[in-house]
Ligand binder design. Sequence first.
Ligand code: HEC
Length: 172
Amino acid sequence: MSGYEDEKSMLPYIIGAVILFFVGTAGTTYLPFYDDQMQAPNQNAELRHLSVESSEYRGREVYIREGCHTCHTMFVRPVLADSSLGPISQPADYYYDAPAMLGTKRTGADLMWVGNRWNEDWHREHLLNPQKVLPGSIMPRYDYLSDQDLEDLIAYLMSLKPSPQTEGRPVE
Ligand code: HEC
């Protein structure tokens, strides 16, 4: 068989692969619109639905502006390694989050439910000087933030808690 004949016989496979690719992409993109669980807010989404005038909302803006999401995720996976983090994240948790701070890289810990782990004083000390709280931490210092930005950011971090109605793992 010549090279040309080989190529000709590959054509149905290439067409099949392209069709499969588009069916997969369309399914991943459009099927969620028909999933009721993803299309309605749950209790956690209501807790994360911050009023524009609130300190927590402004803190979220600081979180985005400072790029905290480049080192921190907000997504608890259904795997053993995440079992101490709290309830597994559901799509509906993010209903009002725009943009959702999912993150892609966990250089630091996952912060989905960090509001349950520490108090305000701990956050203040840690944000101003992470190395003082955890020697050897590679997290940058945020001691240059204005008092207002710092307090708003802390309020936002403290608001990241699951609602008591959340099913799933108990929060440690
Ligand atoms: C260069 C990566 C990096 C950036 C940027 C970063 N962090 Fe961190 N963060 C870390 C690392 C690493 C740790 C773990 C060590 C520690 O606690 O200092 C951590 C820990 C934390 C913790 C404690 C989590 C826990 O439960 O133990 C909080 C809260 C936190 N970071 C908040 C923030 C906030 C808010 C910002 C943005 C203002 C931010 N981080 C930016 C790397 C980063």
